[in-house]
Ligand binder design. Structure first.
Ligand code: GLP
Length: 260
């Protein structure tokens, strides 16, 4: 794991945008795995700004989102389809044929999950997988107790996750109980995993992910097994890391240190 600690949220977001832009500059038709949630909103705003400035080309990539709520059709205001459409795909004028999310309204969600994994494989796999982290250590919607070898499938959301995501729903709406999520095995097959976490409420989950045991109790700890995982943090999200000083020595201000 490469652990980059930036002084604040803005710098952490910029470092994450840099990593994505570097991948797309090297490989404009890269396959990106995309994430949703509040943490990712400034990442998509940053990517859009760079695309508008002509610094990166986003229109040639292919994307696969991590997850979608079961029962929500693409046009539902709280679906992740809508989230992506509003924050990235719409403003970009992105070709819908290049943007993939699981269909929450599929008549057979289990079959939809199997189809989705096969579509990722058929596209050649994911070059860069963007990830956030839940306060309980989930990645995608792989909740605690998820198999660390899981394929894409339907998961039951925890009460904590539904409560955390209620802020995106209206007062009279309920957060769905189930989601289709890329599995942990799917995420581990990505060629580069980039996890962004910002803010104090993520500090305990970040410490469990990076320094705790490899355990289904903290599904994000599976990234300890990823051959190329970059963890981008702001100071608050890094606050509970025991070896923080070491990570800051290895990558001061999130930078590479030359060996000579
Ligand atoms: C959501 C998503 C995850 C996301 C996480 C954190 O439920 N399924 O992909 O990383 O929870 O969200 P936020 O960035 O809003 O804290």
């Amino acid at each position: 794991m490469k652990i980059l600690i930036l002084p604040d949220r803005e710098a952490a977001v910029a470092a994450c945008v840099d990593l994505i832009a570097q991948t797309l500059t090297a490989t404009p038709d890269a396959v990106l795995g995309l994430a949703t949630g509040g943490t990712m909103e400034p990442v998509y705003a940053g990517l859009l700004a760079r695309a508008r400035a002509g610094e990166v080309t986003l229109n040639r990539m292919t994307s696969f989102n991590l997850d979608e709520y079961v029962g929500l059709p693409p046009g539902h205001p709280q679906s992740y389809h809508t989230y992506m459409q509003e924050r990235l795909f719409g403003p970009l004028g992105f070709d819908p044929a290049r943007a993939h999310l699981p269909r929450g309204d599929a008549s057979d969600p289990m079959a939809e999950a199997v189809r989705y994994d096969a579509a990722i494989m058929a596209a050649g796999g994911i070059d860069l997988q963007l990830l956030g982290i839940g306060g309980n250590g989930h990645i995608g919607f792989n909740e605690p107790s998820s198999s660390l070898a899981s394929p894409t499938r339907v998961k039951t959301l925890t009460r904590a996750t539904r409560a955390a995501n209620a802020r995106f729903f209206g007062p009279d709406e309920t957060v769905p109980q189930f989601a289709i999520t890329m599995g942990i095995a799917t995420i581990l097959r990505s060629r580069h995993a980039v996890l962004l976490a910002t803010g104090g409420p993520k500090a305990a989950a970040v410490a469990a992910m990076a320094e705790g045991p490899l355990s289904a109790r903290c599904p994000a700890s599976a990234l300890q097994m990823h051959p190329k995982a970059t963890i981008v943090l702001d100071a608050e999200a890094a606050a509970d890391l025991e070896l923080r000083q070491y990570y800051e020595t290895v990558h001061p201000q999130g930078q590479e240190v030359s060996l000579d």
